[in-house]
Write a new protein. Structure first.
Length: 265
């Protein structure tokens, strides 16, 4: 069966899609600038000892675990989880504890690009989209949300440019047996800017980070800042999304890829 790979991961680069504290700072050292360190490693060799006098290229990166395409662990949302399933809840898992079998699963794409920035996706929206594409979610399918933010990546409008999932819609997916979700937006929730305005107007604290905080009730794993979701069919593809194994961390960078069966492209 012929397949093709679609890269769902954005570049790690300093672009205005995240607050400054989330943007990666990358120091590049080329084959000439690295020569002194290379020479010392080999006891003081000279440039004439190397082809064209070139040493190695190397980079030093400083960035948040939530920079670029990454996966959030339940620990990111709250120190405990599964309060709807276990009296008193239990310790929330960190990213190094993600069950690997959840990270290579059939995927389904929800096309939500029609919704305005700040819109809170509802359970009905999810069911209507599933009906439209003719798909019934299976246990541990990976659900990807294609939002209006996907076309804004790399611009200042990206962080506040899409709809998001509140508590009800998130739990609706988890009740269907979903464990891993993803979005091409900056965040799974509606934007911080829009939510902050609503909070100032109504004073309801339940709307604050409610999609993430649903993870206090039921554990789930969440990818953010995906890309190329518009290139995916509604279903008929496999998502591969193994996060780096950072001990005790709330998230980790993830090279997410979709394997598409061309019969569904």
């Amino acid at each position: 069966m012929e397949t093709r790979l679609i890269d769902l991961s954005v570049f790690f680069e300093d672009v205005p899609t995240s607050p400054e504290h989330h943007r990666p700072q990358i120091q590049y050292t080329d084959h000439d600038a690295s020569f002194d360190a290379f020479s010392r490693a080999y006891g003081g060799i000279s440039k004439s000892d190397l082809p064209d006098g070139k040493a190695w290229a190397v980079e030093r990166v400083s960035m948040s675990t939530h920079a670029g395409t990454h996966m959030d662990a339940p620990y990111h949302y709250h120190p405990t989880t599964n309060h709807l399933r276990i009296p008193g809840g239990e310790r929330a898992s960190t990213i190094d504890e993600v069950p690997l079998d959840l990270c290579m699963r059939p995927g389904v794409k929800l096309d939500l690009r029609r919704f305005d920035a700040g819109y809170v996706v509802t359970p009905r929206d999810i069911d209507e989209e599933l009906d439209r594409i003719g798909y019934e979610i299976n246990r541990n399918d990976i659900v990807l949300a294609n939002t209006a933010a996907g076309a804004l990546h790399g611009t200042p409008e990206y962080a506040d440019g899409a709809c998001g999932f509140g508590r009800a819609a998130t739990l609706h997916l988890l009740e269907k047996g979903v464990s891993v979700v993803g979005t091409d937006s900056y965040t799974w929730d509606p934007s911080f800017k829009v939510t902050a305005q609503r909070f100032r107007e109504g004073g309801n604290p339940e709307i604050l980070w409610e999609g993430h905080k649903a993870g206090k009730d039921v554990a789930y794993w969440q990818m953010e800042k995906l890309c190329n979701l518009d290139k995916l069919p509604p279903f008929g593809f496999t998502v591969i999304c193994f996060p780096l194994k950072i001990r005790g961390a709330s998230a980790a960078w993830t090279r997410a890829v979709a394997v598409v069966n061309n019969n569904h492209a």
